[in-house]
Design a protein around this ligand. Structure first.
Ligand SMILES: Cc1cc2nc3c(=O)[nH]c(=O)nc-3n(C[C@H](O)[C@H](O)[C@H](O)COP(=O)(O)OP(=O)(O)OC[C@H]3O[C@@H](n4cnc5c(N)ncnc54)[C@H](O)[C@@H]3O)c2cc1C
Length: 829
């Protein structure tokens, strides 16, 4: 009996080892043979049993291990079924799937992230020129911009700011130097947008949009030489203000369904007949549209007279249209939640334009969707992750400072536990968001167009920014609610939903894109299987499918076994990077465990639900969440290494990683609770959580340490909020806040002396009583201390004040000032 038990354990051990290391089929076959022989010898089976076993083995082994036989008897049949059940993809779906590249997301999807590979990716760095631009023109334009003037008085950037942005090349950061642009790296571009966004949303957006997906990016990739030579230098110098119009009233998220159309035809241009198109469109929500001089326009092109070729429905096409072209209606504005960046509708009816206005010329007619999808990832990797990280940094800095300056119950509010909880969350989220911003921009600088990662970064950074701004609003109380020049959080709160909605609305991005695209693009075998089924035929399809399919089975088995083994060993066998920081090693192990669990769960979900998984958005959204958490943890751990393992930052890393792993575990738990096949869900739960769910949310003590980082001046706070605009001027509301924060801390010993004096009855505070003066007169504090204390009090009162307005909110005065500005004679007078 004991012998049987020992053999059984040994057999299981061998099988687990083979699966764990994803052994090739031949090794499995040989191992099966050896195990069978050993069992037969040890248990002294009868001759008849041995013969049956031998026969079965001889029958199955070649089928599994000889590819030609396996294909014929197994994989070709699976391929036939797969071909039948695999839904056809539309051209636009295909182009979306093919767009961009996969990067670290593929490692995560494999279930075996190679941490050495991740840490070997060079730490992204700004060039000296980019740093100089940040310290020079960026600082200057921030100092020139007053967000209250922009959002309330003008609802636009002032002319002097527009001009400065054009003159200094802000609109041409992605345009190479040979065309007169700044030719910045993705990280440099991100750092500029970050700083500007922390001063004024309109400033950030107005610079972000021309450098994101739009005319310049499309021209760089697809433009003809003539188009590039004409437009790129003009865009670089701000002689053209671009916008890109895709969205129309009938087609928002489903942008490929735009009803806007063009008909290829001949028409007259400057007295000459030329080949062109008559275009009709109705667009809305177009950023910079109302002030644009160059309209990037997407529409569907038809060629009923076959003037371009055989196809009548050419597909989505992108053209560049000067906005002063006859028939273009542009200039009216939307008011997106009081945001002051320019945004509005535009339209045209039967507007004739030459065919060479198509970006890339007539050869690119109908290739617009491929062009848009191809360029989407770079901009999406930078714009919203950056403005969100910038928002979080600014909020961490000002909210920490305000929570130290503002006291209630005789205590700085930041030291009250409830406030501390929200503040610690802001600080920790801010660290993670910056880590994701830098890693993602770094990927773009390495030449990647990370399609799935850009969706993860866009979705999660905007969602975390929303959490941060909600927390910051709560901490500021009424100070955050009453708008005015002295409110530094209210406008951020107002415009937050804009980031949630644009560049792929968040619900759609989470539930359809992240896992939907990831499952096909990042999975090591799914795309190969799909291509073999749909794009290949004959022997080539058979060989390709067989190889991908058998590897896929080994991959799934391996991840299941690894998830289980990690589960029962508390992740002790998980990979850690060579030379990684000892204090974070366990996080790599935990993440390896969840990566294996995710990969296994993803495969089983695809197998159990097939094509229906795409419609089960609640499940695929949560699968996307797990993948996303793995990416966010990776970025956080890498950031810690790249920044030189600053021990002061450890509380932030500890909070973040625990929070992310816990969220990943919760998402898996919810998938299992809602899994359509209950028996499979139970098996999955045993495999993934054999000893229960072990990840816990961050500890309160950690949260306190995170809050402390933003409640104290110092290197950790400066690092966390690095890159934000900090006004040096005390006439600026956030400049005063910074000064009041430092003064509050410097005066804490003086405040303590006053408190003790009051307690002992040496001074009696009361209405109109200057406690500091009394303390000075009673020699409790020195004259020097009194003057420090007085300054602190003046700054504090300045910080806590909120704005009030005349009945008309000063509109009459504003209108008259703006009118005078527009009338040079009045100005001169
Ligand atoms: C301020 C602002 C600036 C913009 N700038 C530009 C610009 O410069 N150029 C441009 O072309 N466009 C621009 N847009 C348009 C923007 O890209 C769209 O608003 C966005 O695509 C969403 O479209 P929609 O607003 O029509 O929402 P809808 O498409 O109606 O979506 C409504 C909701 O349904 C969800 N949803 C839709 N489909 C699915 C699905 N399959 N699964 C799950 N959920 C789904 C969405 O996530 C969203 O929550 C801008 C929009 C705004 C508000």
């Amino acid at each position: 009996m004991l012998e049987i038990a020992v053999f059984a354990v040994a057999t299981v051990f061998v099988l687990v080892l083979l699966a764990y290391f994803q052994a090739p089929i031949l090794v499995w076959t040989l191992a099966a043979g050896v195990l069978l022989a050993t069992w037969a010898a040890a248990l002294q089976f009868s001759g008849q049993t041995n013969a049956v076993l031998f026969f079965v083995f001889i029958l199955i082994a070649p089928v599994l291990s000889v590819p030609a036989l396996r294909r014929r008897l197994v994989s070709d049949h699976v391929l036939a079924v797969f071909r039948r059940i695999l839904p056809d993809m539309s051209q636009t779906e295909k182009e979306a799937i093919d767009a961009g590249t996969v990067w670290w997301d593929a490692d995560l999807f494999s279930g075996k992230p190679d941490w050495n590979k991740m840490l070997a990716i060079p730490a992204p760095q700004l060039s000296a020129e980019e740093q100089a631009f940040l310290d020079g023109p960026c600082e200057d334009v921030c100092a020139m911009t007053n967000d209250w003037e922009v959002t309330h008085e003008r609802q636009d950037l002032p002319p002097r700011v527009w001009q400065y942005l054009k003159d200094k090349g802000f609109f041409g950061m992605i345009i190479p130097k040979k065309y007169g642009g700044l030719g910045f790296s993705a990280l440099g571009h991100s750092a500029v947008v970050l700083k500007l966004s922390t001063r004024s949303n309109a400033l950030g957006v107005s610079v972000m949009v021309p450098n994101s997906l739009g005319p310049a990016e499309l021209l760089l990739h697809y433009g003809t030489d003539a188009q590039k030579d004409h437009y790129l230098p003009r865009l670089a110098k701000g002689l053209e203000i671009p916008c890109f119009a895709l969205t129309s009233p009938e087609a928002g998220s489903d942008a490929a369904a735009i009803p806007d159309y063009g008909i290829v035809c001949k028409g007259m241009v400057q007295g000459r007949e030329v080949l062109g198109m008559r275009v009709t469109w109705d667009k809305r929500y177009i950023t910079l549209g109302p002030v644009a001089t160059l309209l990037g326009l997407a529409f569907r092109l038809y060629d009923p007279e076959h003037l371009l070729g055989e196809k009548a429905d050419l597909g989505i096409t992108c053209a560049l249209v000067p906005t002063n072209h006859p028939g273009v209606n542009i200039g009216r504005r939307h008011l997106p939640l009081n945001a002051a960046f320019q945004n509005g509708p535009n339209s045209g009816r039967d507007v004739f334009m030459p065919i060479d206005w198509i970006i890339g010329g007539k050869d690119y007619a109908g290739k617009g969707w491929m062009m848009l999808m191809g360029c989407l990832a770079a901009g999406r990797s930078i714009s919203l992750p950056t403005s969100s990280a910038g928002g979080a940094k600014a909020l961490a800095r000002v909210t920490g400072a305000y929570a130290r300056v503002r006291s209630q119950f005789k205590t700085p509010i930041g030291k009250l536990e409830g406030v501390e909880e929200a503040l610690g969350r802001i600080a920790a989220n801010c660290y993670m968001m910056d880590a994701v911003r830098v890693m993602t921009a770094g990927a773009v600088d390495l030449g990647e167009k990370p399609a799935v990662i850009s969706a993860i970064a866009k979705y999660h950074m905007t969602e975390r920014a929303r959490l941060c701004v909600n927390d910051a609003m709560d901490i500021h109380g009424g100070k955050g609610i009453c708008l005015g020049p002295n409110n530094w959080v209210g406008r951020g709160y107002q415009v937050m939903p804009v980031g949630i909605t644009v560049e792929g609305a968040n619900i759609l991005t989470r539930t359809l894109i992240i896992f939907g695209q990831g499952a096909i693009r990042c999975h090591p075998y799914v795309l190969r299987e799909m291509r073999a089924a749909k794009e290949m035929t004959g022997a080539a399809a058979s060989v390709e499918f067989d190889d991908a399919f058998t590897s896929h089975i080994g991959h799934t088995l391996s991840n299941g076994v690894r998830a289980f083994v990690h589960g029962i060993t508390s992740s002790r066998l998980g990979q850690v990077p060579r030379g990684g920081a000892p204090e974070t090693r366990h996080y790599y192990r935990f993440t390896s465990r969840l990566a294996a669990a995710f990969a296994f769960l993803a495969d089983v979900s695809m197998l159990a639900m097939g094509g229906a998984l795409k419609r089960k958005e609640k499940i695929s959204g949560r699968l996307g969440d797990v993948l996303s958490m793995l990416y966010l943890v990776s970025a956080t751990l890498k950031h810690y290494e790249d920044q030189g393992r600053n021990k002061e930052d450890l509380p932030l890393i500890r909070w973040v990683v625990r929070d992310l792993l816990y969220h990943a575990q919760e998402a898996i738990d919810q998938i299992l609770s809602n899994f359509p096949v209950k028996s499979v869900a139970t098996l999955l739960r045993w495999t993934i959580f054999p000893l229960g769910m072990s990840f816990r949310p961050p500890l309160d003590s950690r949260n306190r340490e995170c809050a402390k980082i933003v409640l104290e001046p110092g290197a950790a706070r400066d690092r966390l909020t690095g890159g934000v605009y900090v006004p040096k001027n005390e006439s600026d509301p956030t400049g005063v806040l910074e000064a009041a924060f430092l003064a509050a801390i410097a005066c804490e010993p003086i405040d303590e002396k006053l408190r003790k004096a009051v307690k002992k009855g040496k001074i009696v505070p009361g209405p109109g009583v200057d406690s500091g003066l009394l303390a000075k007169e009673n020699q409790i504090i020195s004259a020097e201390e009194y003057s420090l204390w007085q300054r602190k009090e003046t700054l504090r009162r300045n910080v806590i004040k909120v704005d009030d307005f005349p009945q008309d909110f000063g509109r009459a005065e504003i209108a008259s000032t703006l009118a005078q500005e527009k009338t040079p004679t009045a100005k001169a007078a």
